[in-house]
Design a protein around this ligand. Structure first.
Ligand code: P53
Length: 490
């Protein structure tokens, strides 16, 4: 018998910027993801813009800052995969029907900020946008599916990025809170589970990657942006609870399990500090309501002097989250020694782990690492936990008869679910599981379509061509069985 409790929230996860499309329909304004091109595993996504003399440019999106006087632009010679996503905007009824067929108890999605507030600064929301999500939530409810809504998933309105310096600006706090408050008010009674910021720790964790060495100034900016997001998140928690005490509002951390490559004490220490910087720093503030002691060391490393007020500290204290959620795809192995073989892959650091298999995008298959992460987080916070992303990005082949066989994906899930089961048996308070990209969508890291995660195939390629037809893969029927048996039939 499995150990999944009755009422365990099985489901799938998506994000507006990668799935919804309809980027210029229904009164929606643009977001940064709408001026970001597609890339591949080894060529970066680009941000497109025009300088003050009107000349067009494309720059690697990672670590990009818009020069003075320049503006973001959609340029003719480029393709922007997020414009269409996989078109949830026009397929939501059909897609929700398919999720219901799999037996989903919960569906994770995000609300596009610029669909409700096209420039982010409006006093009142765009009614067409408000209505779109209301219909979606009603449809989910009609199928007995609980919506789990991410308020911010990588898509700050472009206007705020361009004209207000994005999250470098303290004013973003109030604009975000207005957006969040609108969501809580409009969808009261329809949505109960909320997440304030997707993978909030990426700001620090990925700063120093892809051959980019961030300097102190960038680290200072990143810690400051994070602080404003923490305050915005904590305020949103308070507002959300005041509007409806039934609301359950969580944090969302990019969960990577870090291992030391050797038993050299220097590696052990580096690994501990890696967990603190990349994983605990954000979780501690959002779950415990104050900066952990080790923050001092992290700030000193980069001469950070935080703009933080007494009022901020009070808000953080009074706006702790109700539950902890995280994404989990892989572990990383790190060391102070020269690395013989690098892990490679996008969004991956450190050494290749000889005990693991790797995906085509270089992500290490490590189900036990998921249990490790669950145990650590359960011990640290004593709050309910949800895994809100997990999955395997892989190439799918459509057979001549139109079927898609994805045994590798089924294996991936089976092994991770076994470890979840074991964690629950040990007492970990795991309440839900939403697999990433339960229907194929655009990759965040590379902008590709061919990196597919779905139980449902979408006919759409990297150039944006295809019919958008939805087809269940073998994993669709497998996951349906898993849910129906509450994790017994794997
Ligand atoms: P893609 C890096 C490492 C782990 C998770 O990623 C990450 C990232 C950022 O790319 O992001 C989350 O699409 C994120 C989703 C994203 C998913 O992981 O690059 O919350 O938006 O799609 C998978 O394969």
């Amino acid at each position: 018998m499995s150990h999944f409790p009755n009422g365990f929230l099985w489901g799938g996860a998506t994000a507006a910027n990668q799935y919804e499309g309809g980027w210029n329909e229904g009164g929606r304004g643009p977001a940064l993801t709408d001026v970001t091109t597609g890339g591949t595993v080894d060529s970066p996504r680009m941000v497109t813009w025009i300088d003050k003399y009107g000349s067009p440019h494309a720059s690697p999106s990672h670590g990009f800052t818009l020069p003075e006087g320049a503006s973001y632009a959609v340029l003719e010679d480029y393709y922007y995969p997020n414009h269409k996503g996989t078109d949830f905007y026009h397929h939501w009824k059909e897609d929700i029907g398919l999720f219901a067929e799999m037996g989903f108890k919960v569906f994770r999605m995000s609300i596009s900020w610029s669909r409700l507030f096209p420039n982010g600064i409006e006093e009142t929301p765009n009614p067409e946008g408000v209505e779109f999500y209301r219909n979606v939530f009603k449809e989910l409810k009609a199928h007995g599916i609980e919506p789990l809504v991410t308020i911010w998933h990588f898509d700050t309105p472009l206007y705020l990025e361009e004209k207000m310096k994005g999250w470098n600006n303290r004013d973003l706090i109030d604009l975000y809170v207005r957006f969040a408050q609108t969501c809580f008010e409009e969808y009261k009674g329809l949505v109960k589970y909320w997440l304030t910021f997707n993978e909030i720790n990426n700001t620090i964790m990925f700063l120093d990657m892809w051959g980019h060495e961030a300097d102190n100034e960038e680290f200072r900016a990143a810690y400051q942006q994070l602080h404003y997001q923490f305050v915005a998140s904590a305020k949103a928690v308070q507002v959300g609870h005041a509007i409806d005490p039934e609301n359950r509002i969580g944090c969302m951390i990019c969960g990577i399990t870090f291992y030391p490559a050797t038993c050299d004490p220097k590696d052990i220490m580096l690994n501990r500090h890696q967990w603190e910087k990349n994983i605990f720093y954000c979780g501690d503030v959002q779950c415990k309501g104050e900066y952990p002691v080790f923050s001092k060391r992290l700030w000193q490393e980069h001469d950070v002097e935080l703009d933080i007020t007494d009022e901020d500290r009070k808000i953080l204290k009074e706006g702790t989250v109700d539950y902890y959620t995280f994404s989990y795809y892989m572990s990383n192995t790190i060391t102070t020694h020269d690395v013989e073989e690098k892990a490679g892959g996008n969004n991956v650091e450190g050494a290749r782990n000889p005990y693991l298999r790797y995906s085509d995008w270089g992500w290490g298959f490590d189900p036990l690492g998921l249990r490790y992460f669950l145990e650590v987080i359960n011990d640290r916070y004593h709050k309910p936990i949800m895994i809100v992303e997990n999955g395997l990005g892989a190439y799918d082949i459509v057979e001549e008869d139109g079927s898609i066989h994805d045994p590798f994906r089924i294996d991936y899930y089976r092994e991770h679910i076994k470890e979840m089961d074991q964690a629950i048996a040990e007492g970990v308070d795991l309440i839900g599981y939403t697999t990433w990209g339960c229907i194929d969508l655009v990759s965040a890291g590379t902008g590709e379509m061919r990196k597919r995660y779905g139980f449902i195939y979408v006919d759409m390629d990297d150039k944006g061509e295809g019919t958008m037809k939805r087809t269940p893969k073998d994993s669709f029927y497998w996951y349906k069985k898993v849910i129906a048996s509450n994790g017994n039939d794997l």
